[in-house]
Design a protein around this ligand. Sequence first.
Ligand code: ADP
Ligand code: MG
Ligand code: MG
Length: 543
Amino acid sequence: MDIGGLETMVANTAYVSARGELGPTSGRDRRFRARLKLPHINHCEHLKDSLDLDFDYICVRQPIGKKLFQQFLEETDEFRPSAGLWSDMENYSRVDESERPPNSQQTINKYFDSASKEFCSFLEEKAIMRVKEDAKHGHIDLFKESEQHLLKFLEQEAFGKYKESLYFCRFLQFKWLESQHVSEDWFLDFRVLGKGGFGEVCACQMRATGKMYANKRLNKKRLKKRQGYEGAIMEQRILAKVHSRFIVTLAYAFQTKHDLCLVMTLMNGGDLRYHIYNVDENNPGFEESRAIFYTAQIICGLEHLHQNRIVYRDLKPENVLLDDAGHVRISDLGLATEIPEGQEKTKGFAGTPGFMAPEMLKGEEYDSSVDYFTLGVTLFEMIAAKGPFRSRGEKIENKEVTRRILHDPPLYTEKFSAECKSCCEGLLAKDPAKRLVFKNNTCNELKSHILFKKMNWSRLEAGLLDPPFVPDPKVVYAKDISDVGAFSTVKGVVLEDADKAFYEEFSTGNVPIPWQEEMVEMGIFEELNVWGPKGSVPQDLDR
Ligand code: ADP
Ligand code: MG
Ligand code: MG
């Protein structure tokens, strides 16, 4: 074995063993874990004035906020039934389809029946009737309307009391801890996973919790030299803003001496391009059912971006990554842009040759429709193992690729079923007005295309469908370290005060929702949220 091969083997072994460690506390570094401590309440009371005290954000969307609010409800006589109903409704969305009717019946008997002592009288009469009638069908959104009533009731009746309670004080303690930014030394780096335009992406482990992440480094000097600031801040802002299981999540943004760092969801399974071409080199491309699954997950990610007015612009197999279970997420949002409120379109040339939509190539204004063209190219490539406008390795000028995109219809081989061809044609329509796109704030038209006739979208969106392919946990789906390639040093760039101000702006620290998810998932929340005997006030909350 050569030195490069040996280096890769050693790095892979360390990385595979770190991510394979079992148990919630393994992989933790005790010294760093000890630094995660709740302060005395007197140190965090002031946070009340600076926090966004929106009910939905505090009690529903933030994981720790929600847990503490639910704990408050369970401990308060008048709200205990609503806590039970809330938890029942959440369970309902997770049970198997066949289990739903009996499961919902229990909930109905307990909370929807005026004779029950846990009856929730805030539920409106009409909604109660409808739920009772529809229960036998087992639709996923059976309780949707009731949930709205529940949340409205909790906001009006419970939220005020919660804010006066010790549970809310505990929430402030966690918000204080969350606001203590972590830095480079909190992360242990593992092997390189890939190479980006401005630096490497490494697997890393948060030392205090043991959670594995990917760390995308952007070299400061390289960014400055190649005018990458705008893209970097866009990527950071957009990643921090979106929360979807179909898009990589940003958990931390900080700086080191040489780099800006984005710490994100670790996607262990490699990218789609690797799977299309490199896993089985004699038989590239995917079976149709596998391509449909990935395409459906990508559609959910795009829908979320477009609902947030974000145009992605760089969809391609290489930017879609697999996790341990085989689910995919969109990554690399460095070319994404936001359409400002009140505006319908944007302009600018951004993307990858062979993928860009005709309207963009013509220099016209465009909207999210360009992302459905790139989706068409991606779906085509998953099936054909070549692009619709350019074969793999074909040496042609960008001008010729552009000409083909503008004028040539793609050639569909016998690998395409009629349904798949029809979907590609809908997505690859040269005129965006005729394309299958995001409309009326959803992708419903595309989702109901015949290619997806067997897709159970609500289960897919809840993460409940089994992926068609599960990556082998012992395999590292990335190039050998020596093939990733090194960077040359950047010369002749001097960093000034304005640059430093920009790095400060970028380094926003811990991102609230993912940080809280990590604390819950890794057991830290449970360990810190200690109450002592019933009725007593814990020392750290005693003012
Ligand atoms: P760039 O914007 O510079 O192209 P990318 O975000 O595409 O950088 O990252 C470069 C490479 O690093 C990717 O092609 C992929 O191989 C790897 N990579 C990026 N993000 C992740 C992640 N979250 N998990 C695992 N690998 C990743
Ligand atoms: Mg990339
Ligand atoms: Mg990028």
